[in-house]
Design a protein. Structure first.
Length: 424
């Protein structure tokens, strides 16, 4: 009987654990005790799994054949046969890959690893990381030998936070194993729950590389349209109108300009670039795309300031309302949000910024970025209003109620139906 442990119950781990729990005995493990208590009470603060769906698979003990048991106790996962690691893989302040969560998760698994067990990694990494970084930790802590006593697999996550249409079971899953036989076992495991199907890659490194280029490709394409937006703004041409016209060709790729944040597109290219540089190759296109996209926060702020000056608004001491701080619309995820770059640049001009986001957790924002946010719409009027995130609730707001007579309205996402002073 398969018993599965999912290590890390965040945006990736919880939906996966919930899905496997419909057919298997699953233990969801996380070192965050507050998170475990929240889940045991049947609520997911990330809003990725609806409470009713979560409660349907939750179980109070670790003995039933199917269902999800959540724990921060290492003993709860000691008799599992599959260990699936779904911890974050961030970058540090210098944009260098930070594998600390992955190493610590590997140490955790190593303490309970037994002969015949299979450890599957889903965290996004550079090609080779599973076998070069994680396996040695498992061997050292467990005292077992790789591909003799225990085995490994890699199946990159493809979770899209906030997306209720493309849920985990509806996204085709890439799988791989440390041996051909293990690859088939890993593939069969995911095939049993992924209705969209699976693709068995020939090796772990191929699966790792496939994942990291998915988001690098998107990053480069977005960088291209961001550069177009800068050029067309100088020419007083509506970038969105240009993209709409160009999009009438059947093979034109529909990317839009914007801020590139989040835990994937704004991070993954650095993992590939780091590995390339270690091998003596300098990846020009990947890093050029990253530099351009990372510069967009300051660019947006400069555009807003120019519009304020044109309207005769005194910039130093002006008030500005920022609508949204999460990294994407209709989602509470604030990881690596680039709205904070815009806010920081605006503050450097002496502008007083008030941030309103009904989706974001103010405590989480304060802890992560040392910024104050509110879940309630302010009632005062501002010298400038910037739509930073396209939350559905923002599209129906009467923004004139929070605008001074000469107020600037800037639409980063290009989604407002009212007339604006500027947009990307």
């Amino acid at each position: 009987m398969k018993k599965i442990a999912v290590i890390g119950l965040g945006y990736v781990g919880l939906p996966l654990a919930r899905l496997f729990a419909t057919k298997y005995n699953v233990v969801g493990f996380d070192i965050n005790q507050t998170r475990i208590e929240e889940l045991r009470n049947g609520h997911d603060g990330t809003l990725e799994v609806e409470d009713q769906i979560l409660q349907a698979v939750l179980k109070a003990t670790n003995n039933e054949d199917t269902g999800l048991f959540c724990s921060y106790d290492l003993a709860a996962i000691k008799d599992c046969t599959y260990y699936i690691v779904t911890v974050p893989t961030p970058v540090d302040k210098n944009n260098r890959p930070d594998l600390t969560p992955l190493h610590k998760a590997s140490e955790t698994v190593g303490k309970v690893l037994k002969k015949g067990d299979i450890v599957i990694y889903e965290s996004t990494v550079f090609p080779g990381a599973t076998e070069e970084e994680c396996i040695p930790v498992l061997e050292k802590v467990s005292g077992l030998q790789f591909n003799v006593d225990f085995f490994a697999g890699y199946s990159p996550e493809r979770i899209n936070p906030g997306d209720k249409e493309h849920t985990v079971e509806k996204i085709l899953k890439v799988t791989s194993g440390s041996t051909p036989e293990i690859g088939k076992k890993v593939d069969e495991l995911y095939q049993s729950v992924i209705t969209a199907g699976t693709h068995l890659a020939p090796s772990i490194k191929v699966a790792e590389a496939a994942k990291v280029i998915e988001n690098s490709q998107r990053d480069i394409n977005i960088a291209f349209v961001n550069e177009l937006a800068k050029i067309f703004n100088l020419m007083n041409i509506d970038t969105h109108a240009v993209l709409e016209a160009a999009g009438t060709k059947w093979n034109f790729l529909p990317f839009k300009p914007g801020l590139v944040g989040g835990h994937c597109i704004g991070v993954d290219p650095y993992y590939l670039a780091q590995k390339a540089q270690e091998l003596g190759y300098h990846p020009e296109i990947i890093l050029a795309g990253r530099r351009l996209n990372d510069s967009m926060g300051e660019y947006v702020a400069s555009q807003v300031v120019k519009l304020m000056i044109k309207k005769g608004i005194t910039v130093n001491g002006a008030s500005l309302l920022m609508l949204g701080i999460t990294f994407k619309e209709n989602c509470p995820d604030v990881r690596n949000t680039k709205i904070v770059d815009v806010i920081a640049a605006l503050k450097e001009y002496g502008i007083n910024v008030t941030t309103y986001d009904p989706w974001a957790n103010p405590k989480e924002v304060q802890q992560e970025y040392k910024l104050e946010t509110t879940n309630s719409m302010p009632i005062e009027k501002f010298d400038a209003v910037v739509l930073g995130v396209a939350h559905k609730v923002f599209l129906d707001l009467n923004l004139s109620l929070v605008q001074n007579k000469q107020s600037v309205l800037y639409d980063i996402k290009g989604v407002l139906k009212v007339e604006t002073d500027g947009k990307l």
